[in-house]
Design a protein around this ligand. Structure first.
Ligand code: ZN
Length: 450
């Protein structure tokens, strides 16, 4: 099976690796339909030699998929269930799990990292793969509700396994009050997720601080009322100016580096809550910045990937359409192009925020490129028995498929008239051909909100 693995500093490759097996009664095997590349994957693999990463380690800790096999003690999910995995596996039963402190679980481990092997058993694997072994499946996997199980909703649900839950965790712990101002540092996937999560608390102003105009534009779509590019504008001055010189009462630092932490403390209003989800301080030691907060009663909160505590309350919001976390995806590539995905995410000038790796619909070896195909956007041809992630769209009649974008693409395809689909486009073989092209082409729009 195909799987991505670490091969050295900033070197991730895709190879044909052995399929995983059930090792413990609590294990499950999941056939991954959609995986992702996280900013943490970039940091881990770039700093691999310092962290002691072992070449050959399978990468990735974000995925959704379909349960392929379960061990004897797995009772939360069953074969065939469409599931979301938490980025970190947890037993769900220990003292810390009972008090919602999941990252401190006595059996916590991160997919795609050998750093926690003693807890996950041998051969802890990554999610950037066709199949993955999930330790402690009862605590780690969430069965998706029927309304989000069509496969077409994978991208909406997917970020709850890591980025969106972390962004929500940051917003929640920043004590955002209705009508108040919240500032979010960092325009990556977690920062943009934190913006969207912040809208749930009803603040009057959401200020996003970043360094890339294209990402800041995405932040506006997520709900930011103001954005500031730290490369060209002093964020502290900008924010003070917007808050009567006092500063905001809530701040979320999704970077956690020396510069962002210093600016966060500098700009905070007296009595503000500062929530730090970033881990830049792991790679860039921060001098104690707390003296700047003396006399100001600042409150600090730290923490990441407390996924299990938040997914039960976030899933209904996705189901109802209140939030659409898939906004963070800017690119979708087949798993076989994982290396290109890492390169796109490392290249900050590429406009890429987050790459999804599609696994449910992979291309047959030797697939011939057709007219209209673009590299990475080729019409997926399902070769496996798992449902296509756009199965929901496929079942709808042509021309009335939910989103306006699909309809537009359909009209465009009619104008294009692929082989003999002119006036007969509404009936017979011509209609069938148009429908086929439509189904193939509309998929991208389902996963990439416009
Ligand atoms: Zn636990």
């Amino acid at each position: 099976m195909l799987a991505a693995y670490y091969n050295g500093r900033s070197d991730v490759r895709v190879g044909d690796l052995p399929e995983p097996k059930i090792l413990f009664p609590g294990d499950a095997i999941v056939r991954v339909t959609l995986a992702g590349i996280c900013g943490a994957d970039l940091e881990f693999t770039h700093n691999g030699p310092e962290l002691g990463l072992i070449p050959g380690m399978r990468t990735g800790h974000e995925f959704v998929g379909v349960v392929e096999a379960i061990g004897n003690e797995v009772n939360g999910v069953t074969v065939g269930d469409r599931v979301l995995a938490s980025a970190g596996f947890v037993d769900g039963q220990c003292f810390y799990c009972q008090i919602d402190q999941y990252p401190s679980c006595e059996h916590f481990g991160l997919f795609g990292s050998h750093l926690f092997i003693p807890h996950g058993g041998e051969d802890v694997q990554g999610g950037q793969s066709e199949l993955v072994r999930v330790p402690y499946a009862n605590g780690t996997l969430f069965k998706l509700p029927e309304s989000l199980s069509s496969g077409g909703d994978d991208a909406k649900v997917f970020p709850l396994g890591d980025n969106f839950s972390t962004g929500f965790h940051g917003a929640l712990n920043a004590n955002i009050g209705t009508g108040e101002t919240v500032v979010i540092f960092g325009d990556g996937a977690v920062g943009i997720s934190a913006v969207m999560a912040a809208t749930l608390f009803g603040p009057a102003q959401i200020i996003l601080v970043g360094r890339h105009d294209s990402r800041l534009e995405l932040g506006k779509k997520a709900g930011a009322t103001h954005v500031v590019n730290g490369k060209t504008t002093d964020p502290v001055f900008f924010i003070k100016d917007l808050t009567d010189g006092r500063g905001p009462s809530s701040l979320v630092d999704t970077i956690g580096g020396k510069s962002s932490l210093t600016q966060t403390i500098d700009v905070a209003r007296a009595g503000a809550a500062i929530s730090v989800t970033g881990f830049g301080h792991i790679f860039e030691p921060v001098d104690q910045p707390f003296s700047a907060g003396l006399f100001r009663n600042l409150r600090f909160h730290t923490g990441v990937v407390t996924v299990n505590a938040h997914v039960p309350r976030l899933l209904p919001l996705v189901e109802s359409g209140r939030i659409d976390p898939s906004l963070i995806f800017t690119n979708t590539l087949p798993l076989a192009e994982t290396e290109r995905g890492y390169a796109l995410m490392r290249d900050r000038s590429s406009g890429t925020v987050k790459v999804a790796l599609s696994n449910g619909c992979s291309h047959r070896p030797g697939h011939r490129r057709r007219r209209g195909d673009r590299r990475g956007d080729r019409p997926p041809l399902c070769r496996r028995r798992i449902p296509c992630r756009h199965a929901g769209a496929r079942r709808r009649p042509v021309g009335s498929t939910g989103t306006r974008d699909c309809r537009q693409r359909f009209l465009w395809l009619r104008r294009w008239r692929p082989r003999g689909t002119g006036d007969d486009a509404g009936s017979g073989a011509g209609a069938a051909r148009v429908a086929r092209y439509h189904r193939a082409q509309c998929r991208i729009s389902h996963i990439r909100p416009l």
